[in-house]
Write a protein that binds this ligand. Structure first.
Ligand SMILES: CCCCCCCCCCCCCCCCCC(=O)NCCO
Length: 587
C-alpha cells in the first residue's frame, strides 16, 4: 500500500516534470520561431527599401549625362581618372554619379551591392569646391567597400538579420583614410554570411552572381567586390581575407586582388565574426581591374593618418625602393600543392605566368610546398579553437545560408561520436577518403583548452620556420613564389560548399602571414576542358569529383595566378604582380 502511494507520487512528479519540460521546450521553440519571423520581416523590408532607393537614384540620374560623357569616364582606369579629375576635366560629382549609375546596373544583373552610401554625394560636392586637387592622391575616385566596413549611420550586418539597423557611430579607419585622400566611398558590397565561406551570399541580401556567367558563383567572401569590379561598376574596392576572400573572388571574376601582411592596414572599425584570432588573422586589402590601381591604393593609404588613427599598425610607408628595384628575382613556381589538384586550366595559367616572368628577366625554379597537410591541420584547429562556439552563437535565430549548413552541422556533431562520424563520412563518400574523414574529425573536435591552443601556436611558428627554410637554396634564395589561387575556376554555386577543397592555396598564406595577390592570366579553353575529362585529382574522392564537375562548363572564364612574397615584402609582391600583368596584358 505504502509502495504504491510512493510510486504514484513518483509518477505524478515525473509526469509534471515531463509536462513542464515540454511546455518550456514549446515556449522556447515558439519564441525562437517568432524572433526568426520578425527578423525575416525586417530583412525583407531592409532589402526592399534599398532596392527602392537604388531605383530612385537611377531615375534621378537618368538624364544628367549623355551616354558619351559616361563612356568617356568609364573608359579610364583609376590612374587616368584621378589625373583627369585633378586637372578639372570631370567633377568628382559627375564621376560619382556615372559610377553610381553603372554600379546599379551591375547589381541588377549580379546582386553585388547591398547599400548605396548616400553621404558620398555631399563628399563629392565638397571635393569639387577644393582649389588644390593635386594634394589628394585619390581625388574624386569612387571606391566600393565590402559590407562589413563600418560607415557612420549605416549598418554592417555581415549577412545577419539581427544586425539590421545596428548603425555604426563612426567611419572605420580605412574609410576615414580614403576620404582624407580624396576618394569617395560610394557603395557597400555583398559578402558570404559571417564571411566564413567562399560562397557568394547570405539569406539577408541573397546570392551574388559572377559577371562573366550569371548562373555561376563569383566566389567569396568578398563576392560583391569581385562581381562589381569584374562587371566594370567600380575601379577600386576593398575586401577582407581570412582564408582567401580577396584572392578567390578575384580569381573567379578576372580581376586583381591583394592581401597585405597583417598589421600593415588597419582593421579598426570593421565587423567580423571572430575577433581575437592571432595566427588566423584577417587582413583587409584592395581589389581592382589592374595592378596599377592596387599600387595606387597601397601607396596612398599607407599614410601618416592611418598610423595615427590606429597606433597598432606598423608605421611603414610604401617602400618605393623595394617596389622600384629592377634586379631579376628568383621565383619559385608550383602548379599543385599535392593536396587539392588544380584543374588543367589553373595549372596551365601558372606555366604561362612562369614563361612571362622569365621573359621579363626573372629566374623561375620549381618549388614544392612543404607538408601542406600539416598546415591544413593547424589552420583548421586554430580557426575552430573554440569548437565553433562563436559561429554557432552569432547564427542563433538566423536563417543559415545553405552553403554554411554542412559546416555548422559538423560543429554541432557530438565529439564522443566523432570517430563513428568519421567512419560514416568515409562510407558516405563511397570512395575511401582519409582527408574528408580528417576534415570531419577536425571540425567535430570541441573547444580546445589554453595549453592546446598555445601548443598549436608554437607548432605554427615551427611550420613557418620550416616553410621559409625551403626558400634558402644553394643557387640563391627565393624572393617570391607563384602558384594557383585555387584548384578550381568559377562554376555553379552548389559546388562551392567544401571549403577545405577550395581554400588550401589561399589559406596557407594566411597561416604564414605572407603578402599574396592574384592576377588574371588567361581564360579557360576547350582544350583545358578536354584535359579535365581525365582529371581524377590526388585522392579520387568526393572533393576531387566535385572539383571536376564544378569546372566542366567553364570555357571562357578567367583564370588567375597567385604571387607570394615573405612577410613585410608587400611592395615586392606588388612588383611581381605588376611584372606579370605587364607581360600578360589586360585580359
Ligand atoms: C594550409 C592549408 C589550409 C587549408 C585550409 C582549409 C580550411 C577549411 C576551413 C573551413 C572553414 C574556414 C572558413 C574560413 C573562411 C574564411 C574566408 C575568408 O577569407 N573570409 C574573410 C573574412 O575576413
Amino acid at each position: 500500500m505504502l509502495i504504491s502511494t510512493e510510486s504514484k507520487n513518483c509518477n505524478i512528479i515525473l509526469l509534471t516534470l515531463c509536462g513542464l519540460t515540454t511546455a518550456y521546450g514549446t515556449v522556447i521553440v515558439l519564441s525562437n520561431w517568432r524572433k526568426n519571423r520578425q527578423l525575416r520581416k525586417k530583412a525583407l523590408k531592409r532589402r526592399e527599401n534599398e532596392q527602392l532607393c537604388m531605383q530612385q537614384l537611377l531615375e534621378q540620374l537618368a538624364n544628367n549625362y549623355t551616354k558619351e560623357e559616361q563612356a568617356e569616364i568609364l573608359g579610364l582606369n583609376a590612374v587616368e581618372l584621378v589625373s583627369a579629375a585633378q586637372q578639372g576635366k570631370f567633377s568628382p560629382l559627375k564621376i560619382l554619379e556615372t559610377y553610381w549609375t553603372k554600379a546599379i546596373s551591375c547589381t541588377k544583373a549580379t546582386n553585388c551591392i547591398t547599400s548605396v552610401i548616400k553621404v558620398a554625394k555631399a563628399e563629392a560636392q565638397e571635393l569639387g569646391a577644393c582649389t588644390d586637387p593635386s594634394q589628394f592622391p585619390l581625388f574624386g575616385l569612387p571606391v566600393s567597400v565590402k559590407e562589413c566596413y563600418g560607415i557612420k549611420d549605416m549598418d554592417a550586418t555581415i549577412g545577419l538579420m539581427s544586425e539590421i539597423n545596428n548603425l555604426d557611430l563612426d567611419d572605420c579607419v580605412l574609410v576615414k583614410v580614403l576620404k582624407s585622400l580624396g576618394a569617395v566611398p560610394f557603395v557597400k558590397t555583398n559578402l558570404s554570411q559571417i564571411t566564413f565561406s567562399l560562397a557568394s551570399g547570405n539569406p539577408l541580401f541573397g546570392d551574388t552572381s559572377n559577371p562573366h556567367r550569371l548562373e555561376f558563383t563569383p566566389g567569396g567572401s568578398s563576392s560583391g567586390e569581385g562581381a562589381l569590379i569584374g562587371g566594370g561598376g567600380s575601379l577600386l574596392g576593398f575586401g577582407t581575407d581570412t582564408g582567401g576572400s580577396i584572392r578567390f573572388p578575384s580569381h573567379l571574376c578576372g580581376i586583381c586582388g591583394f592581401k597585405p601582411t597583417c598589421n600593415r592596414l588597419s582593421l579598426a572599425g570593421l565587423h567580423g565574426p571572430i575577433p581575437g584570432h592571432v595566427n588566423i588573422a584577417t587582413t583587409i586589402g584592395p581589389m581592382a581591374r589592374d595592378v596599377d590601381t592596387l599600387v595606387l591604393a597601397m601607396r596612398s593609404i599607407l599614410c601618416p593618418l592611418m598610423f595615427e588613427l590606429d597606433p597598432y599598425i606598423v608605421p611603414m610607408p610604401f617602400d618605393e625602393k623595394l617596389f622600384g628595384c629592377t634586379k631579376p628575382l628568383r621565383i619559385g613556381y608550383y602548379v599543385d600543392d599535392g593536396f587539392n589538384k588544380p584543374v588543367p586550366a589553373v595549372q596551365r595559367a601558372v606555366m604561362m605566368a612562369k614563361k612571362h616572368l622569365e621573359t621579363s628577366g626573372h629566374i623561375l625554379v620549381p618549388y614544392k610546398i612543404p607538408n601542406v597537410e600539416r598546415a591544413w591541420e593547424l589552420f583548421m584547429s586554430l580557426c575552430f579553437a573554440d569548437g565553433g562556439k562563436r559561429c554557432k552563437e552569432i547564427l542563433k535565430n538566423e536563417d543559415i545560408d545553405p552553403v554554411l549548413v554542412p559546416l555548422i552541422q559538423k560543429l554541432y556533431f557530438p565529439k564522443c561520436l566523432g570517430k563513428l562520424g568519421s567512419f560514416l563520412v568515409n562510407l558516405r563518400n563511397c570512395w575511401k577518403s582519409p582527408r574528408i574523414a580528417k576534415d570531419f574529425s577536425l571540425l567535430v573536435e570541441k573547444e580546445r583548452n589554453i595549453s592546446t591552443v598555445w601548443n598549436l601556436e608554437a607548432q605554427t611558428f615551427e611550420y613557418k620556420a620550416k616553410f621559409f627554410s625551403t626558400w634558402v637554396q644553394p643557387e640563391g634564395n627565393l624572393d617570391a613564389l607563384i602558384g594557383p589561387p585555387s584548384a578550381m575556376v568559377a562554376g555553379p554555386q552548389k559546388h562551392f560548399e567544401d571549403t577545405t577543397a577550395i581554400l588550401s592555396y589561399t589559406a596557407l598564406y594566411v597561416l604564414l602571414n605572407c603578402p599574396a595577390g592574384c592576377v588574371p592570366v588567361t581564360k579557360v579553353t576547350q582544350d583545358d576542358i578536354d584535359a579535365l575529362k581525365n582529371y581524377e585529382g590526388h585522392f579520387g574522392d568526393a572533393w576531387d569529383k566535385n572539383t571536376k564537375d564544378a569546372c566542366m562548363d567553364s570555357v571562357g572564364l578567367p583564370v588567375g595566378v597567385q604571387c607570394i612574397t615573405k612577410p613585410w615584402k608587400d611592395e615586392l609582391c606588388l612588383r611581381v604582380m605588376l611584372d606579370l600583368q605587364k607581360s600578360v596584358g589586360l585580359l
